[in-house]
Write a protein that binds this ligand. Structure first.
Ligand SMILES: Cc1ncc(COP(=O)(O)O)c(C=O)c1O
Length: 475
């Protein structure tokens, strides 16, 4: 045992002093105005970090599709790239090269034709974005520009017709934003009991000469189910045979674009279907990267009108760009490439398969519990949605279940379906990389405990949130 000598501090403190952070006499600072004076970095860090403890735990957030865990090596790589701006392609040509490689990897995964054929010039093109929302905006813009060109070629000029976009009412809000911002009529096909997403006959029936395209979702945000892209494309082929209308399909593969290639390789939903003009995905969902990266690929230059593209000088050459934002972090793109390199096809398959196994385990346990009925069981995306079998007689709601699970830290959203099925309220669980079988077992245990407690108090517990705030999860 070492002996410690007494330090003489009568002539001032020793070289290093202890910082009694939580006892410091710091001046109060305003919350909503910039403080007049600086403070020590450690004090600022502690203050903000402590406030953020009040946030939910990201790993227990079963509401989000977005990545909440990455390997430490990927985090190190991201730290290394935090200062790089994706748009500075002259200054960071190697980051631009990684983006180029990622676009090519996705184009191959999604079977973009690499040679000229009847249905394509074989020149797929694409880019990274901040997420699927921006990617969907770019995809929608290309459809809108192409419709205008078609109308003009047919001699209609700039007439008063309003363009429309056909999609299921289950679309993510980014498509409604696209329609509002660019004055396109959102032709939303309502959901119905037993039909929770867009079907082929409904898609074709809603199209006319002002339809810029049909959006088919590979992995509905509501329940994780895949829309039947091949059937939709085939119904549009028939429509073209009958009416001459040639309506392109954009596939919103925000989640499924990174799941189907690995778990359902024979499912034809991508550029194997000649009618699919463009596909988006979120690198930060099942692409397994932290928030901040999406991707979009167009089948060929015919699918992406040239006048949407801006050309910037790049290393003395010409660099075509299509983006809503200018500056954007480069770290996420490097991390996406890390995942491709690190996992390879087989690694991605294993990750997605594990998520699906966990989702199916949860689905089986929840179905077995008694009060719940499954609306999806993880067979497409590793996502399950379930509702109360007898909501009128249960004496509690799915919102009560959600609030009670939250007391243990689990964030399981409860929400109602869109128009036409607003009386259906569901709970949804998204299983992501890092949500282990062990964690799933704990969730099942907690869910059972809460169900027993709620059933023992059929007079319905006092809601923790006022009625109007109960749709807090709007995913
Ligand atoms: C089907 C679908 N499309 C688009 C989006 C928007 O994606 P992002 O959050 O990457 O902008 C989501 C997000 O959940 C989604 O599920």
């Amino acid at each position: 045992m070492p002996l410690h000598a007494k330090v003489d501090e009568t002539h001032g403190p020793a070289e290093l002093s202890v910082n009694p952070l939580y006892c410091m006499d710091l001046p109060a600072v305003p919350e909503h105005q910039i403080p007049a004076q600086p403070m020590q970095p450690d004090a600022a860090l502690a203050l903000i970090r402590d406030e953020l403890i009040l946030d939910g735990n990201a790993r227990l957030n079963l509401a989000t599709f977005v990545t909440t865990w990455m390997e430490p090596q990927a985090e190190e790589l991201m730290r290394h790239c935090f200062s790089k701006n994706m748009i500075d392609k002259d200054e960071y040509p190697q980051t631009a090269e990684l983006e180029h490689r990622c676009v090519n990897i996705l184009a191959h995964l999604w079977h973009a034709p690499s040679a000229a054929s009847e249905h394509s010039t074989g020149s797929a093109t694409g880019c990274s974005t901040t997420g699927s929302s921006e990617a969907c905006m770019l995809g929608g813009l290309a459809l809108l520009w192409r419709w205008r060109a078609r109308r003009q070629a047919a001699g209609h000029g700039d007439g008063p017709e309003q363009p429309n976009l056909v999609m299921g009412a289950n679309v993510q809000v980014c498509w409604e934003k696209f329609c509002r911002y660019w004055q396109v009529e959102p032709r939303l096909v309502p959901m119905e009991p037993g039909r929770l997403h867009l079907t082929a006959p409904e898609a074709a029936a809603h199209c006319d000469e002002n339809t810029i395209g049909v959006v088919a979702i590979l992995g509905s945000t509501m329940d994780g189910s895949y829309e039947p892209v091949a059937e939709i494309a085939s119904a549009l082929d028939d429509l073209q045979d009958k009416t001459g209308l040639d309506i392109p399909v954009h596939v919103d593969g925000a989640s499924g674009g990174f799941v189907a290639p690995f778990l359902a390789p024979d499912l034809e939903w991508d550029f194997r279907l000649p009618r699919v003009a463009s596909i988006n995905t979120s690198g930060h969902k099942f692409g397994l990267v932290y928030p901040g990266v999406g991707w979009i690929i167009w089948r060929d230059e015919a699918a992406l009108p040239d006048d949407l593209i801006f050309r910037v000088n790049y290393l003395g050459g010409d660099m075509p760009t299509f983006a809503l934002n200018f500056s954007r972090p480069g770290a996420q793109v490097a991390a996406q490439y890390y995942n491709f390199l690190r996992l390879g096809f087989e690694g991605y398959r294993q990750v997605q398969q594990t998520c699906q196994d966990v989702a199916k385990y949860l689905a089986a346990e929840i179905a077995d519990m008694g009060p719940f009925e499954l609306l999806s069981d993880g067979s497409d995306l590793p996502v399950l949605a379930f509702r109360l079998r007898n909501p009128e007689e249960s004496g509690y709601t799915v919102f009560d279940v959600s609030e009670r699970l939250r007391q243990r830290g689990w964030l399981v959203p409860a929400y109602t379906f869109p128009e036409n099925m607003q009386d259906v309220a569901v709970l949804r669980i998204v299983v992501r990389n890092g949500f282990s079988q062990d964690m799933a077992g704990l969730l099942v245990h907690d869910l059972r405990t809460q169900v027993v407690a709620l059933e023992a108090a059929p007079q319905a517990p006092v809601p923790l949130l006022p009625e109007g705030q109960r749709e807090a999860f709007a995913h």
